[in-house]
Design a protein around this ligand. Structure first.
Ligand SMILES: *Cc1c(COP(=O)(O)O)cnc(C)c1O
Length: 970
């Protein structure tokens, strides 16, 4: 009798690991043979320098299956208590329309997309973002808006620096109104100090009397008041200052837009447009401004250009990846923003339309006014002139707060004698009755109160102007219409649900469904960030466990999960370094060495910390030049604050000298910052905290499986050695009171919420829990293998620019197309665009080296998908050879004309010098499965010269209806 397979062996195949990692055992063996090694361990040893390799496996719990992990995290979630939260302070209850919940937030077509660098395959999400920009510009009454910022507080900080850059006033003071949310003030303090900006906080009278380059107002204020700022705005302008306003989009459907009374810059959070609390994030903040400032606006801006056929087409405009060009002179370090959440908010507006939004706002206001009447009748004082937030004074706030808590309700006690509360879209009549009861007031008849209650909006500030008049906000109001609109947009785009996205440095790995599922559970989604700690014990456990996991993976001692992007993590890490030097009486250290190959966010972040960037060279092999680092460390001596380096380098190489570099920098009193964006080459193999680095940020939205959402959300934890732990960002609790975080209060908050984008942390927790130590190490090893397999297979066609030990690359490889360009005129961009005809998203174009493509396949891509990509690249090389030897014209060829739309190849007339078949179906396999780009190549120059950043008037498409409504042929 043959021995049956053991239970353990059978169970092994239930594991998540096999689903996360693309190639199976046999494929791995085949690929190892191609690369020339007989085991993953042998390959790893050949790539990773012995001096940094970990000796021991990660100390993590045994991996568990998807089913078990979901059960486990369910138990963690159950420890959160979902109360009715009327705390307000920038976060409000909202109903996510179910059609948006399922078809955007829970839909990989939207959440697995990348930032729209490749315009032709990103038209759908860019249309949604144009809708967002139009929505924000309309409601705020401003001329132009960007495609989201990280949160309201950081948006306010960006408004401050935009004002500094743009105001005529030479004052160094930024005035902050006392009506601003506490977390906004906290982040402004953090951001102002390193730049030498003086913050002055006060009331409106003080504002009018202060000479400032800018002023920040909140409208309505954090306590709900709607103040008339017209005279104040005039006074600020008269002195050459700029007026920034933090506002609430829902309120703006009823009250005069800031743009109508003198605002120059308007910021806020679109959270209450259908995005749950999520214990603080992610949500999409926004910034709108006057047209005059558009060229120095931070963040991403989607604009309208034309494609090669002259039809309207969207693209990232103006400051596209501006950090990579302007570096330390960039207007901000924002790279990842909050695209997915901006898309949700825009769809909320598309769904409800101007009338629907106004109705929601009216209803919220009515409920608030009714509650105010009830409280006043009982003798309580409620401030006049509000939208949804009541400020009740002269009460026993503690007793009311306690009674509310007993009824499962959160309010916002301000001090012993006053309390604030904000109603929202989810508020019911029963809620109003229950809140009143907490105040000791019985409401018997809501309708009777309604009848005797006037509106409480200030008469002089009512909204009279129209908004959201564009047809897109007035047609998709039935569920079918919206469903099909969202599907039509998604079909235009390439995300991970259709193809590998081999973007080097971006780590587009699997975002597994099991990892995503907990995100929308009410126990994670519906917790207000300032809810009392007892209600968030599940979150506390999740956060603590995830911090420990990341400490184990990196070799550092402490982690802050507050930064909500990688670049914010850089900022937090550099602030920690800065505070550390100051605490030791070495505050004069201000030089930050950054190799020229660094990601553009590095110099941008250093500049925001008041550091001076000194660029160090790379040698001919692409390695950082140790001699140059040594020379510069010596030259700057006791001014040296830090070095910022990426490891393995952005050139895709494990440099041998990293330990020596750490020693050099430490010897001169500097600190070592390792940009952890490339941790996918390290987890389970080597730990930066153990080879001498002091601090890193991680990109949970790269290495730890949080999806990119089309350009956000992200989580950029800052991980530090123990000596820097006291300098991690602080935290704010309920009521604006500083709470105990890891930090000691030296450094303030860098994000609006204490735990940043908390509601997406379950994704990384699930990933690590299901992978375990062995799984994480194997993922890294296969990521190395996949990259080397591609480099090896493509070597006869495209040289890899840099390699490291044993001629191997790390987890990504840079294909050098510059010789091809010189010989044939075919550029890396032409190849990127031609890949679209094959249904692929291009690799990273021209970063970190101009004229190259950087390919990062990740461990999640199967051999089948790698080969499909390789076949496409080889076919493209054949086409280039045809150009080389004259079989194809140098201009009129499928590369220069790529991508080809269905309209072009099916047109009655075809005038190209090559067959239609070659244009559309360059490989036979494409006949079974073809992606048709919705637009031809987008004209970048036209878009930057003719900046247009809101919804395209329908007339622009007249005569060409197919340009924007053409479904894909699947
Ligand atoms: C992605 C990346 C960053 C920036 O991360 P964001 O989350 O986009 O801010 C920084 N450095 C490197 C090397 C990166 O690849």
């Amino acid at each position: 009798m043959t021995q049956p397979a053991s239970l353990r062996a059978l169970e092994h195949h239930d594991g998540f690991l096999e689903r996360h990692i693309g190639p199976n055992e046999a494929e791995i063996a085949h690929m190892l043979r191609t690369v020339g090694y007989d085991s993953l361990d042998a390959l790893t040893d050949a790539i990773v320098p012995g001096s940094i390799r970990s000796q021991n496996p990660l100390s993590l719990p045994e991996p568990i299956s998807e089913v078990e992990a979901l059960a486990k995290i369910r138990a963690v979630a159950a420890k959160n208590k979902v109360y009715r939260s009327f705390i307000g302070q920038g976060y409000y209850g909202t109903h996510t329309p179910n059609v948006i919940l399922r078809n955007i937030l829970e839909n990989p077509a939207w959440y697995t997309a990348y930032t729209p660098y490749q315009a032709e395959i990103s038209q759908g999400r860019m249309e949604a973002l144009i809708n967002f920009q139009t929505m924000v510009a309309d409601l705020t009454g401003m001329e132009i808006a960007n495609a989201s910022l990280l949160d309201e507080a950081t948006a306010a900080a960006e408004a401050m620096t935009l004002a500094k850059r743009s105001a005529k006033s030479k004052s160094n003071v930024f005035f902050v109104s006392d009506g601003v949310h506490p977390q906004t003030l906290e982040v402004l303090r953090t951001r102002a100090e390193p730049l030498g900006i003086e913050l002055v906080v006060g009331d409106d009278a003080q504002a009018a009397a202060t000479d400032a380059f800018g002023i920040l107002l909140q409208y309505p204020t954090t306590f709900g008041g709607i103040r008339d700022y017209r005279t104040l705005a005039e006074a600020v302008h008269a002195r050459g200052g700029l007026v920034a306003v933090a506002t609430d989009l829902l309120a703006l459907t009823l009250i005069a837009a800031p743009g109508e009374w003198g605002a120059d810059i308007v910021v806020g959070n679109s959270q209450r447009f259908g995005v749950p609390f999520g214990f603080g994030g992610p949500h999409a903040a926004f910034m709108a401004c006057r047209d005059a400032f558009k060229r120095s606006m931070p963040g991403r801006l989607i604009g309208v250009s034309v494609d090669a056929e002259g039809k309207p087409a969207y693209r990232l405009t103006l400051q596209t990846r501006e950090q990579h060009i302007r570096r330390e002179k960039a207007t901000s370090n924002i790279c990842t923003a909050q695209v997915l959440l901006a898309v949700m908010a825009s769809m909320y507006a598309v769904y409800h339309g101007p009338e629907g939004l106004t109705r929601i706002a009216r209803r919220v206001h009515r409920l608030a006014a009714i509650l105010a009447t009830a409280l006043r009748k009982a003798g309580m004082a409620v401030d006049e002139g509000f939208f949804d937030t009541l400020h009740v004074t002269g009460v026993d706030a503690n007793a009311i707060h306690d009674r509310a808590l007993e009824a499962g309700i959160n309010l916002r006690p301000l001090d012993g004698r006053s309390i604030a509360l904000s109603l929202d879209e989810t508020t019911t009549r029963d809620d109003v009755v229950a809140i009143a009861r907490a105040f000791g007031v019985d409401i018997d008849d809501v309708d009777a109160l309604d009848a005797e209650t006037a509106d409480a909006l200030p008469q002089g500030l009512l909204r009279t102007s129209k908004f959201l008049a564009h047809p897109v906000f007035n047609t998709h109001h039935s569920e079918h219409e919206l469903l099909r609109y969202m599907r039509m947009l998604a079909d235009k785009d390439l995300a991970l649900d259709r193809t590998m996205i081999p973007l080097g440095s971006c780590t587009m790995k699997l975002n597994a469904t099991a990892e995503m599922i907990p995100v929308t559970w009410p126990e994670f989604a519906n917790i207000h960030p300032l809810a009392p700690a007892e209600q968030a014990e599940g979150y506390r456990q999740l956060i603590t466990e995830l911090e420990q996991m990341l400490v184990e993976c990196t070799g550092y001692d402490a982690v802050s999960l507050q930064p909500n992007s990688g670049a914010q993590g850089e900022y937090a890490g550099l602030l920690a370094i800065r505070a550390y030097h100051r605490a030791r009486g070495e505050g004069h250290r201000d030089i930050c060495l950054i190799p020229e190959s660094a990601h553009g966010t590095n110099p941008a972040s250093a500049q925001m910390c008041g550091m001076q960037v000194v660029v160090t060279k790379c040698d001919a092999n692409g390695n950082v030049d140790v001699g140059d680092i040594r020379a510069k460390a010596e030259k700057y001596g006791d001014r040296l604050a830090a070095i910022m380096m990426t490891y393995p380098s952005t050139h895709g190489v494990f440099e041998e000298d990293v330990v020596e570099i750490c020693e050099i920098v430490h010897r001169h009193g500097g600190q070592v910052y390792t940009d952890g964006a490339n941790m996918n080459a390290l987890v389970g193999v080597a730990k930066p905290g153990k080879w001498g680095s002091d601090v890193s940020h991680l990109n949970l939205h790269k290495t730890f499986c949080i999806p990119h959402g089309g350009g956000g959300p992200g989580v950029g934890p800052c991980a530090v050695k123990s000596h820097l732990a006291p300098f991690l960002p602080g935290a704010l609790g309920c009521n604006g009171v500083r709470t105990e975080g890891v930090g000691n209060g030296e450094v303030g908050m860098v994000s609006a919420a204490s735990f940043g984008s908390a509601s997406i942390l379950p994704i990384s927790w699930m990933y690590i829990t299901m992978m375990g130590a062995e799984g994480l190490r194997r993922a890294t090893q296969v990521a190395l293998l996949n990259a080397n397999y591609i480099a090896r297979r493509l070597a006869p066609h495209y040289p890899t620019l840099y390699s490291g030990r044993n001629d191997l690359v790390a987890h990504e490889c840079i294909l050098d197309l510059r010789p091809i360009k010189d010989a044939t005129g075919i550029s890396a961009e032409d190849v990127a665009k031609r890949l679209i005809d094959f249904g692929f998203h291009a690799p990273t174009l021209s970063f970190p080296v101009a004229g190259t493509l950087m390919v990062e396949p990740t461990e999640s891509e199967s051999l089948h998908e790698l080969d499909r990509f390789i076949d496409a690249m080889i076919q493209i090389r054949e086409e280039i050879r045809a150009v080389e030897d004259g079989r194809l014209d140098r201009e009129d060829n499928p590369l220069k004309n790529a991508p080809h739309t269905a309209t072009q190849v099916t047109a009655s007339e075809w005038t190209r010098g090559y067959p239609r078949e070659l244009a559309a179906f360059p490989l036979a396999t494409l006949r079974q499965h073809k992606y048709w780009p919705p637009v031809a190549r987008v004209d970048n120059v036209y878009g930057d010269k003719n900046v247009f950043c809101s919804c395209v008037p329908i007339e622009a498409f007249a005569g060409e209806p197919e340009a924007f409504s053409e479904p894909n042929v699947m």
